[in-house]
Write a protein that binds this ligand. Structure first.
Ligand SMILES: [Fe+2]
Ligand SMILES: [Fe+2]
Length: 175
């Protein structure tokens, strides 16, 4: 017979978490990485280009390129379609911001590859820090709007059945 403590922890491990809590936790992690990115950029602005700052910047980039790409896919492919059923076009601005963000991110990635290949010149260094600042500004505003408006609308608009469906789909996407 399974001991009670083990059963409880198994249940918790298998339970489906609230989908908005999942997405907000991912935002919290992204805010932390944006802070790291901001520290790296201000170090480069103040002390010039340095290896320690570049390592921090590269670590933040790795997070956005993996975990945060998945986050945006969950929003675009799972969450947004639920909201569009009620208000077509409601997520248009958020989708545009995703595109703008990933375009800036691609520019940043190519600057980082230039550094790694030893090809970074003065103008590229400037482009790297300016692009990183743009990403910080864009993504902070975007996540604050999602936290304040879009996620609240999700809780208000979806039926209980839809919310359960959303929960299951977000949980499945995390695997
Ligand atoms: Fe988003
Ligand atoms: Fe988001």
């Amino acid at each position: 017979m399974t001991p009670m403590v083990e059963r409880v922890s198994n249940y918790q491990a298998e339970s489906v978490r609230d989908p908005i809590s999942v997405l907000m936790e991912e935002h919290r992690q992204a805010f932390e990485h944006l802070m790291k990115l901001e520290q790296a950029v201000s170090s480069m602005d103040e002390q010039g280009f340095n290896r320690a700052a570049f390592e921090n910047l590269a670590e933040a980039i790795r997070f956005f390129d993996s975990d945060f790409r998945l986050h945006d896919r969950k929003e675009e492919q799972i969450l947004f379609p639920f909201l569009e059923r009620y208000k077509p076009g409601i997520t248009g601005e958020y989708r545009n911001e995703h595109r703008e963000l990933w375009s800036a991110f691609n520019t940043l990635l190519s600057c980082v590859h230039d550094v790694e290949d030893g090809r970074l010149r003065g103008t590229s260094r400037h482009e790297l820090t300016e692009t990183a600042k743009k990403i910080i500004r864009l993504l902070r505003g975007h996540m604050m709007n999602e936290n304040t408006y879009l996620f609240v609308q999700t809780k208000n608009m979806l039926s209980d059945a839809e919310y359960t469906d959303l929960s299951e789909k977000i949980a499945a996407a995390a695997k």
